[in-house]
Ligand binder design. Structure first.
Ligand SMILES: N[C@@H](CCC(=O)N[C@@H](CS)C(=O)NCC(=O)O)C(=O)O
Length: 222
């Protein structure tokens, strides 16, 4: 049985989607972020970075959300959530997963932890505003990719889509919401009714209503 150390709507969400989607046997272990448990000595022994998530697979401990996703996809290739070894699609899988984790997620982390990037309390609103612009730039790149594509890689659902859904949810409060991009918005609306996304979001008490179509709810900018 896999064990996923998680906190609702944190970077554990993408691995949670995959565990559920593949019908795997897994246990969720809550890391109480409210009491900073991710910095406890017990947790640091598993994950020295003190971040959520961590996956236990028998005697193997894995941290970093994309690494966990890749590991699960490779262990269960019959679910086709990663393109096959040697295929060109696989190169694009790594390209997009890296872009999501290394660019969009990194920008979101600065937005949500601005105090870690300045010693000046008064600078925090300007950091958030600057990050919102950078998040919008990244969402625009993704929006362009989704023009004429059902999923990020094309016609085949992959782990990248679950990862992107997680980051899009986090991006909702940004100045330019992902729902303001036409292709991205339509894609997110489609994904929000995917059975895996519905089930896991219900389990983590994540509200999917913002993704439901409502013609007056947002203004499309692109
Ligand atoms: N690069 C890591 C980042 C994980 C991360 O930053 N997780 C956040 C929650 S979304 C966290 O643990 N924050 C608590 C902290 O930084 O103390 C990953 O993708 O797994």
């Amino acid at each position: 049985m896999y064990q996923l150390y998680y906190y609702p709507n944190n970077a554990s969400l993408a691995p949670h989607f995959l565990l559920h989607h593949m019908g795997l046997d897994y246990q969720l272990i809550l890391v109480d972020k409210q009491s900073n448990s991710q910095k406890s000595s017990d947790y640091l022994a598993l994950n020295p970075a003190g971040r959520i998530p961590t996956l236990i697979d028998d005697d193997t401990v894995i941290f970093e959300s994309p690494a966990i996703c890749i590991h699960l996809c490779e262990q269960h290739p019959q679910h086709s959530l990663i393109p096959s070894l040697g295929s060109k699609d696989r190169a694009h899988f790594f390209q997009w997963l890296t872009y999501l984790n290394n660019t969009l997620q990194a920008e979101l982390m600065v937005r949500y932890y601005p105090h870690r990037h300045t010693n000046d309390e008064h600078a925090i609103p300007t950091i958030i505003a600057a990050q919102d612009e950078r998040i919008a730039e990244s969402l625009s790149v993704i929006n362009d990719q989704l023009k004429d594509r059902r999923y990020l890689l094309g016609e085949q659902l992959s782990a990248c889509d679950f990862f992107l859904f997680m980051l899009s949810e986090w991006s909702l409060p940004a100045q330019t919401s992902p729902l303001q991009f036409d292709h991205l918005s339509a894609y997110l609306t489609r994904l929000s009714s995917h059975p895996t996304i519905k089930a896991v979001c219900e389990r983590e008490e994540i509200d999917l209503r913002p993704f439901q179509p409502s013609p007056l709810s947002h203004h499309v900018v692109k």
